[in-house]
Ligand binder design. Structure first.
Ligand code: NDP
Ligand code: GDR
Length: 373
């Protein structure tokens, strides 16, 4: 059998990197769409890089953008993919309130552009399509836990754009008989999660605070509840959806929910730090209660290392999300294999290594840039 060809948009992102690696291991030829940037933006996939001067590569990158139809048509025509994974998006919920029109263009109309490209090129029967849908669609939740039949109530320009993308995917499946699926993925994280999403912000800050490189972590809504899994597990579900006999939509989640505050506690505990929470709302602070014997961290009991900053509050918030992955378990044979504890532990360990490198640079007189957002 000839090698399958996959095209991944958003290949430079967290999921794109894990999925590219996963598909290459499965023997696919993987093409990825990356955006032009003024600096290299391929950190997450550099380990997969293949010299463009070498023949018979199985990992090939193309410049492209979801806001550019002609570019997408040309890439898809050239690649003739068996499977397209549309992972590209302006994926930050808070940023979508600041860039709503761009978010709609990339996340909503961008999805339409790919579906239309498949149709224009007459690939409806050849090319299978995966759309990165999201638990943010449930927004103001109408049912607990959320499953495939739970009504949507989006609460941000990001979620509204993704709602369009969800329905246009369903519509092209029904109208043109395309093999097109929505994966309704709940939050999934990893050591390569973007630094401004809350989990990575927490693990990175905790590691830096433990080494004395940062004083305090500022957060927004500490009470938000999420169902957090590992991205490595979730990309396998994306692939499984496109291997089924019939195209369907699936919720992908762990079925376990914790708060942002719980996540901070878990990250601190990994470093031997126990926190005590004092105050409420914008007055809430996380104070070091104790430090485990033998853990050489740079904090002492009584020190305040977490504070609330209202600038991270959102105009409309998604307070609680909890997924029911029963359908994925039954039909795809998929379950999340990484526990929250394992996820936090892996993220903290990697961020501690990064922080130790920074510390070493500083010790030797090199300045490191400490960017907070
Ligand atoms: P990331 O933000 O890490 O990656 C997004 C990718 O999209 C990056 O490669 C980015 O490029 C690219 N991108 C952004 N805008 C454009 C554009 N206009 N044209 C082409 N490429 C673009 O997201 P994740 O990997 O975490 O998520 C993957 C997808 O899954 C996204 O669509 C997200 O909305 C969705 N999702 C994510 C969940 C999660 O918890 N991670 C949960 C549910 C859905 P660059 O590197 O240049 O910025
Ligand atoms: P989310 O992820 O909005 O769920 O979207 P994020 O990590 O940004 O926020 C999760 C929750 O934490 C609260 N929060 C903070 N969030 C950030 N980013 N920064 C903070 O300082 C902070 N303090 C508290 C938020 O208010 C929120 O309630 C992610 C993205 O990956 C989407 O693309 C994806 O669709 C959904 O997950 C499922």
């Amino acid at each position: 059998m000839s090698q399958k060809i996959a095209l991944i948009t958003g290949v430079t992102g967290q999921d794109g990197a894990y999925l590219a690696e996963f598909l290459l291991k499965k023997g696919y030829i993987v093409h990825g769409v990356k955006r032009r940037a003024s600096l290299f933006n391929t950190d997450r996939i550099d380990h997969l890089y293949q010299d463009p001067h070498v023949e018979n590569r199985n990992f090939i990158l193309h410049y492209g953008d979801l806001t550019d139809s002609t570019n997408l048509i040309r890439i898809i025509q050239q690649v003739q993919p068996d499977e397209i994974y549309n992972l590209a998006a302006q994926s930050h919920v808070a940023v979508s309130f600041e860039t709503p029109e761009y978010t709609a263009n990339a996340d909503a109309v961008g999805t339409l552009r790919i579906l239309e490209a498949i149709r224009i090129l007459g690939l409806e029967k050849k090319t299978r399509f995966y759309q990165a849908s999201t638990s943010e669609l449930y927004g103001l939740v109408q049912e607990v836990p959320q499953k495939e039949t739970t009504p949507f109530y989006p609460r941000s320009p990001y979620a509204v754009a993704k709602l369009y993308a969800y329905w246009i995917t369903v519509n092209y499946r029904e109208a043109y008989g395309m093999f097109a699926c929505n994966g309704i993925l709940f939050n999934h994280e990893s050591p390569i999660r973007g630094e401004t999403f809350v989990t990575r912000k927490i693990t990175r800050a905790m590691a830096r605070i433990a080494l004395g490189l940062q004083d305090c972590l500022f957060l927004g809504n500490m009470n938000a509840l999420r169902d957090w899994g590992h991205a490595r597990d979730y990309v396998e579900a994306q692939w499984l959806m496109l291997q089924q006999e019939e195209p369907e939509d699936f919720v992908i989640a762990t079925g376990v929910q914790v708060s942002v505050r719980d996540f901070v506690d878990a990250a601190a505990a990994e470093l031997g730090i126990k926190l005590r929470w004092e105050g409420e709302g914008v007055e809430e602070v996380g104070v070091v209660a104790s430090v485990k014997d033998g853990d050489s961290v740079n904090v002492s009991p009584g020190q305040t290392i977490v504070r609330v900053d209202p600038r991270y509050f959102r105009p409309t918030e998604v307070e609680t999300l909890l997924g029911d992955p029963s359908k994925a378990r039954e039909k795809l044979g998929w379950t999340a294999t990484t526990s929250l504890q394992e996820l936090v532990s892996e993220m903290v360990r990697c961020d501690l290594e990064d922080a130790q490198r920074d510390e070493l640079c500083r010790t030797h007189g090199y300045s490191t840039f400490d960017f907070h957002e």
